[in-house]
Design a protein around this ligand. Structure first.
Ligand code: 13P
Length: 253
């Protein structure tokens, strides 16, 4: 499978003009992204502008999705609208949405809705902190088990992507990101949990990404841990650094 690179712009930059300029910066190095499955998730009002600039080397993603495909829900952006802009993938259950009250049950509804709408769900899981007893492994098991409730092994599992994003490692510099040895251990654990849920054959098809302070200088070591790509926050707003991350992934293409 192609390495996957997802840029989550969160609520940045603060203007459409800046968004256009970042997307143009990415386009200058478009060749770098073509060997990867690259997705950019800008703030919704920038979708159209960013879509035009990344056409040919990247796909559009959304940072969230609503749990009903269509209907009357003031303030919601339903999957049908996202699809009409060309959105191919939705981040679901990001820790910053969970911090606003989103539960595993809501994440599960959103995953099922994305699957029904033909949008790839990228489910985020990640512990807030770690302890010597390894409680964080149980936390991740529960998040996966509950968020994937109702996802069918045969028809759906192969369309899923998981992102492991430990909350404590988000929004820092590369030195404070997760250490590769710890990540390698977690990747094995997540694969085991997915195997328990879906069976080995289906679980093997599910890509696992890492997110949390991935920058140009730690991407190479992190990709050696068995992950299939990255979910990148702040570095995705910096075309030079995002290009360095893509270059590290390219060696695994
Ligand atoms: P940073 O790369 O800024 O740590 O953000 C990670 C993240 O939350 C991506 O979804």
């Amino acid at each position: 499978m192609k390495p996957i690179l997802v840029g989550n712009w969160k609520n940045h930059p603060d203007s459409l003009a800046r968004a256009a300029s970042i997307a143009s910066g990415l386009a200058k190095k478009s060749a770098q992204y073509k060997k990867l499955a690259t997705y950019i998730a800008p703030p919704l009002p920038y979708l159209e502008t960013v879509s035009k600039k990344i056409k040919g080397f990247g796909n559009l993603a959304s940072q969230d999705i609503f749990f009903a495909p269509e209907g009357t829900y003031t303030g919601a952006t339903t999957p049908d609208i996202l699809k009409s802009f060309g959105v191919k993938l939705s981040i679901i259950g990001h820790s910053e949405r969970r911090a606003l009250g989103e539960t595993n049950e809501v994440a599960s509804d959103k995953i099922k809705c994305a699957l029904r709408s033909g949008i790839t769900p990228l489910l985020c899981v990640g512990e807030k902190e770690r302890d010597a007893e390894g409680e964080h492994f149980e936390f991740i098991r529960e998040e996966l088990r509950l968020s994937l409730e109702g996802v069918r092994r045969k028809d759906d599992a192969g369309k899923l992507i998981i992102a492991y994003e430990p909350v404590w490692a988000i929004g820092k510099r590369s030195k404070e990101a997760m250490q590769p040895t710890d990540l390698a251990q977690m990747v094995i654990f997540i694969k085991k949990v997915l195997t328990d849920i879906f069976g080995r054959e289906a679980a093997e098809m599910i890509p696992i990404l890492y997110g949390g302070s991935v920058e140009g200088d730690n991407a190479k070591a992190l990709i050696e841990t068995g992950v299939n790509g990255f979910l990148v926050g702040h570095a995705s707003l910096d075309p030079k650094m995002f290009g360095e991350i893509a270059a590290a992934l390219e060696t695994h293409a």
